[in-house]
Design a binder for this molecule. Structure first.
Ligand code: FES
Ligand code: FES
Length: 152
């Protein structure tokens, strides 16, 4: 049995320790907001937070999650998360939406450590999150807007 914290609550899972966290979240637990894109840590669609760090859940084994704190798009909360959610809606960032859960998790990770990122800091932090609809300009603008909402 692997025990960890998921979105603020204790979670137990009886799974092969080698199984990717993404599969556990989506197939075993039913939290499908975290998306499968490449499965190879190349696209960022599967991004969750592990102990506060944006992490590729497709390449994270559930056995390595024991005792850790996992937050998915369904469980984000707090000032930074609210600012990102508001700015994403205000600037109408998503197109098809598929990549956006990962984008939001990456943006929250960035703004949690840097309340006023520059364009290049945003591009660096978000570079591992691909968007086939090319919403990059709106993502960058929305991160700046979230920064403004945070009073930075
Ligand atoms: S699905 Fe994990 S990085 Fe693409
Ligand atoms: S909004 Fe379609 S992949 Fe990013």
């Amino acid at each position: 049995m692997i025990v960890f914290t998921l979105n603020g609550k204790p979670q137990e899972i009886d799974a092969d320790p080698q199984k990717p966290l993404l599969w556990v979240l989506r197939d075993d637990i039913g939290l499908v907001g975290t998306k499968f894109g490449c499965g190879e840590a190349l696209c960022g669609a599967c991004t969750v937070h592990v102990d506060g760090e944006p992490t590729r859940s497709c390449q994270t084994r559930i056995g390595d999650i024991a005792g850790k704190n996992v937050v998915t798009i369904e469980g984000v909360k707090g000032d930074v998360a609210q600012a990102v959610q508001k700015s994403w809606i205000k600037l109408d960032v998503p197109q098809c939406g598929y990549c956006q859960s990962g984008q939001v998790m990456a943006a929250i990770g960035l703004l949690s450590t840097n309340k006023k990122p520059s364009d290049s800091e945003i591009d660096d932090a978000m570079s591992g999150n691909l968007c086939r609809c090319c919403t990059y300009a709106r993502i960058r603008a929305a991160v700046h807007e979230a920064s403004r909402l945070l009073g930075a």
